[in-house]
Write a protein that binds this ligand. Sequence first.
Ligand code: ADP
Ligand code: MG
Ligand code: ZN
Length: 648
Amino acid sequence: MPPSRTWLFFALMLLANYLIMRTLFPPTGESIALPYTAFRDEVAKGNVEAIYNQGQAIEGRLRKAITWPIPGETVPAPPGTSKAEQRLREEPRTSDTFTTVLPTFVGAGLEQFLIDHKVEISAVSIQTGSNPLVTLLFGFGPAILFIAFYVWLFRRAQQGMGGMGGLGGIMGIGQSRARRYDQESTQKVTFDDVAGIDEAENELIEIVDFLKDPAKYQRLGGTAPKGVLLVGAPGTGKTLLARAVAGEAGVPFFSMSASEFVEMIVGVGAARVRDLFKQARDNAPAIIFIDELDAIGRARGQVAIGGASEQEQTLNQILTEMDGFSGREGIIVLAATNQPDVLDKALLRPGRFDRHVVVNLPDRKGREAILKVHTRAVPLAADVVLGEIAAATPGLSGADLKNLVNEAALLAARREVDAVRAKDFTDALEKIVLGPERPLILSDADRERIAYHEGGHAILGLVVPGADPVHRVTIVPRGRALGVTYQRPDDDRYNYPEAYLRAKIVGMLGGRVAEEIVYGTRTTGAENDIEQATQLARSMVTRWGMSERLGAVQLAPRQNAYLGAAGWGGMAAERPYSEETAKAIDGEVSRILAESSAEATRLLREHRRELAALAAALLQHETLDEREILAATGLPPAPALPTRPIGR
Ligand code: ADP
Ligand code: MG
Ligand code: ZN
């Protein structure tokens, strides 16, 4: 349990305790203070059961509770009573105990009066029940017990782990909460629901086959793979694939997310793993699926302090369990991760997760197939061509495409049309890629400046060889940007030439350069452009060996191919190169940026007229598509990069 949940747990415990005590021992209410005359009236009515007298003060118990003061009546207050005090005196309270003070002039006649009205004259205080010590014990005793029990549980889990057995029966803490998907699972997923990642699918089909007919594979002495690791970017369909395997295999499927193993109570994770594998063994042949394996599979000794020992124990337990079966039981462990490089090497050894299935981002054909799957239940207008949408969406994952279809359907519904049209898809894509439009009132001067800024990016997208085609320019604020120039390659790219990266940096700096040329001043509007350009230039120097001066040396940690995050293995601060090299890197990055900025300046000066025309068109129409951009500037699309080998 994370700490916050622990506190919640305690708070709930205290509340429950309070409520239980409240019902078992309802509060009697504080006794009311009766004036002597009212006391006499109650005695006369026969409502006073017993009194206890000490000096002039009397405590007493009534037969029937009364409310005092009688609601609505004002109570005369002695002079000098504060307002708050007076309000308190006037607030009616109900109780069956009371106090009163005898006037000094009351004679012995009172005794006879009391006896006549059957009032018991008590020898001990009437209100023993409200002794503060007793109240305290009643109120907190159970809470203390609960806390003691919790501490005991904690200790026990910390020392013994394994011994959760009997306790597990009561509390279920050590048991895995694995969900079991069977063939007749309500929402069955099959390979029909998975598209565009055929290689990964084929590898898993083999696994399914094996589980259906192990004998066929064992005939020649082969053994089944024990562990299969699905590796890929978020949203590429790893979880989906695993569920499809379950749907197809017709064997019990135990699924669990690794983050669920990680609990505050040390040892519980390991107990859960044990239970998970036991369930699978009892039901073999079976599949175990551990999602987000990196949550526990992180290399040992590299984990933040605190969660470390728990995570290690859980990881060790997984290793032990995987070593414990021979591959003949028919249990296959699937796991998914988007950070394969942080995984503990021990997990990847032969006999453990030795098979890796890479789930790639879908290519154009794949995207079309995925769109087909997700538009099965969506009525499409005649102008929708899924192939075109697929072509317009390089880099989108299966999950993104599913989201795109959903956004388009929602848009179409809001526009009250009967089928989703191509335009709905275009607008939905724009919303996903560029962010939603933002209602922001800008001054005319700001709008003009933004028009020139975006115009600068767009013109360079037309005149720099190898630049990605400009599909849209807008000066409507979207997402976090004040304006957007949307460029994207016409097809999927896997390898980027240096000249292409240079063209990209030149284009990124175009907005700021245009502002400088036109206004002679700078604004904060180029922050994001500068950031991106700098990152790209730095990668060229440190990762891709594109600097003559530094050469082909790895100077930056390898990026996680699936998340884009980077880190030098262990401690972050250490750089495996000298101070001079660091200076040289900075110098090279600055040089690339300066050269690119100069190139952008040269090109935009040269096309100053086209820039002005484009800015004017933007101010008038706010958003321009590719055709309109070409028309406004009178320029042709950017020429391609030369691709012929040198020297032939
Ligand atoms: P991951 O586990 O790789 O992060 P998921 O499997 O959770 O991705 O994908 C989320 C959703 O996106 C899936 O439930 C599915 O609807 C959709 N999706 C992702 N990839 C595909 C695909 N290849 N084919 C069809 N749908 C997909
Ligand atoms: Mg997932
Ligand atoms: Zn910009």
